[in-house]
Ligand binder design. Structure first.
Ligand SMILES: C[S@@+](CC[C@H](N)C(=O)[O-])C[C@H]1O[C@@H](n2cnc3c(N)ncnc32)[C@H](O)[C@@H]1O
Length: 244
């Protein structure tokens, strides 16, 4: 008898109506209420101030740093072979520290962030002469087309009211065949709390995937930090993307 396999159905979190209402109540909606310029000023204030100073501690406590490192250490997102890497919205250098550890020794590493204060913090924390630091907005990157063969972008895209300009910019500066490590906040209960804390929006996984694919950014594999992350989607959307 031929063996029939049930098609694999990706599990998605579907909160009930009450859950959705609660999520909406928790989520911060500043990003939808004010102009992008006003919102960006607020983001710069938040990350430039005491909350930003606590960012690396928060990333340790939320396990973002140790669990993120496992993905790079185990080469589930393989940095080997990448020669020019851009880390977008590098914050306190949480992902950059993994890049310094696991990328090839001759790879060039560029860290960019909207906040100069966060770039200073990254520089002080990383204590490495290797990266170059560039202050800029993700939706207007000051780099030539195809400047990088690898981009990492962790918990930054949620600071854009509309993801398209940011994704299009990252796609523009990424070479064809280049890869991107994208990590962003999901539209569920834990994402709603992240939104409240950091004034960001959240993304629906399916919608974000469709938009990426339309822009030629193919979702090569979804990455999970742990089984718990996979079951609860608590750590956000984490995906390896390839530019087609
Ligand atoms: C939550 S931190 C992420 C830090 C790090 N990438 C990580 O994975 O933990 C978000 C960072 O994105 C930066 N950011 C926010 N909006 C941005 C924008 N439009 N362009 C570039 N960086 C931005 C903030 O200044 C902050 O440093």
């Amino acid at each position: 008898m031929p063996l029939t396999l049930k098609p694999h159905k990706p599990r998605t979190r579907r909160p009930g109506r009450q859950g959705k209402v609660l999520q909406r109540l928790i989520e911060n909606d500043l990003i939808r209420k004010v102009s992008y310029d006003e919102y960006r000023d607020k983001v710069q204030q938040v990350y430039g101030g005491p909350k930003g100073a606590m960012l690396s501690v928060c990333s340790l406590m939320s396990l973002h740093i140790p669990l993120g490192e496992r993905i790079f250490r185990a080469r589930r997102f393989d940095l080997r072979g990448a020669k020019s890497i851009l880390d977008v919205g590098s914050g306190a250098g949480q992902i950059a520290a993994h890049l310094l550890k696991y990328a090839d020794a001759d790879a060039s590493i560029t860290l960019s962030d909207l906040s100069r204060q966060m770039l200073r913090r990254a520089r002080n924390r990383l204590k490495s002469p290797r990266p170059r630091f560039v202050a800029c907005d993700l939706s207007s990157l000051p780099f030539e087309d195809g400047s990088f063969d690898c981009i990492t972008c962790g918990y930054v895209l949620e600071h854009l009211p509309n993801p398209e300009p940011g994704l299009a910019e990252m796609s523009r500066v990424l070479q064809r065949g280049g890869r991107m490590f994208l990590l962003t906040t999901e539209d569920n209960f834990s994402g709603a709390w992240t939104s409240r804390l950091w004034y960001c929006r959240t993304y629906n996984r399916g919608e974000l995937k469709r938009l990426c694919e339309q822009l030629g950014l193919h979702w090569k594999q979804e990455l999970w930090f742990t089984r718990m992350h996979r079951a609860l989607h608590a750590g956000g959307i984490c995906v390896e993307i390839e530019k087609r």
